[in-house]
Ligand binder design. Structure first.
Ligand SMILES: Cc1cc2nc3c(=O)[nH]c(=O)nc-3n(C[C@H](O)[C@H](O)[C@H](O)COP(=O)(O)OP(=O)(O)OC[C@H]3O[C@@H](n4cnc5c(N)ncnc54)[C@H](O)[C@@H]3O)c2cc1C
Length: 244
């Protein structure tokens, strides 16, 4: 897809449940052209038309959650009650339907100039997993990554098994936080730590000379940034993406 500088049509080729309220959507180009490969961390803007005369179209962005490739784009979307685009994707868009999207964009990507031995910490909260999963998939084999996933409980724990497997295969440290475990959730099996990612936990479990990348709810990111700065992590090693 050359000169993809405005909206083009993608076709939905598959739709899969990830966990409660989150589905993955798989798209190909409509005319069979190759897709531009994304850099892990980047997103696609999507556009839909509405029947509302005041708001004729809606544009929302979704991070690519899979390995970069030129055949299929995967996004993973949390359904927001009353949300225009997320409800459209979950409820209306069917396999074979087209949707308008722009080429991958965004600057929340790993710093390529980091020395290979610099540890990388990827921290996600909730649906903020999507850009970080793509970064993990693309870099698990040749980077020293510490992966941290914070969710409420096993009901809404996207890609937990995939992340566990990638980290095991590549001997990477993976820590799962449940803020509100279910009665059936087992500490040590389903999750590693109960509660939130605290300053103390960071100090005791993560190398502070790492480059940090995180994405999640605003309160999660504000607290992480504050804690990292207080622990002496330089601002230029702190990177995050806001989903707003
Ligand atoms: C760079 C970037 C990447 C993103 N990547 C992803 C992704 O990979 N997966 C994903 O699911 N989303 C992602 N988002 C968020 C996404 O773009 C939409 O904002 C989200 O899907 C809600 O859009 P909507 O049209 O369904 O809801 P809207 O119609 O915009 O909102 C409906 C109502 O829900 C409230 N609301 C909006 N967003 C949220 C929220 N997150 N939580 C609670 N209430 C909310 C609004 O205040 C409003 O009252 C990303 C956003 C950005 C900026």
């Amino acid at each position: 897809m050359n000169n993809w500088d405005s909206f083009k049509e993608l076709v939905l080729i598959d739709k899969k449940d990830v966990c409660d309220t989150i589905k993955s959507f798989y798209f190909k180009s409509k005319n069979g052209e190759k897709l531009p490969k994304h850099t892990p961390g980047q997103f696609l803007p999507f556009k839909i038309k509405t029947n509302d005369p005041k708001m004729k179209e809606v544009i929302r962005t979704y991070s690519l959650s899979d390995l970069p490739n030129d055949e299929v784009y995967r996004i993973s979307v949390k359904k927001i009650d009353g949300g225009l685009m997320s409800s459209y994707l979950h409820n209306k868009l069917q396999i074979g339907d087209s949707i308008e999207a722009m080429a991958p964009c965004g600057v929340f990507v790993l710093d390529e100039s980091l020395p290979k031995d610099t540890p990388i910490v990827l921290l996600s909260g909730g649906i903020g997993i999507t850009p970080l999963l793509s970064m993990l998939l693309a870099n698990a084999q040749d980077r020293n990554i510490y992966f941290v996933q914070a969710v409420q409980n096993s009901k809404i724990h996207p890609f937990g098994n995939d992340i566990n497997n990638i980290c095991k295969e590549n001997n990477l440290k993976n820590t799962v936080f449940y803020s509100n475990p279910l009665d059936t959730d087992q500490l040590g099996k389903d999750y590693d730590v109960q509660g939130f990612v605290t300053k103390e936990w960071i100090k005791d479990n993560l190398p502070l000379n790492s480059a940090f990348y995180f994405c999640g709810p605003p309160i999660f990111m504000e607290s992480l940034e504050k804690n990292l700065l207080e622990l002496g992590v330089p601002q230029d090693k702190i990177n995050y993406e806001k989903f707003v």
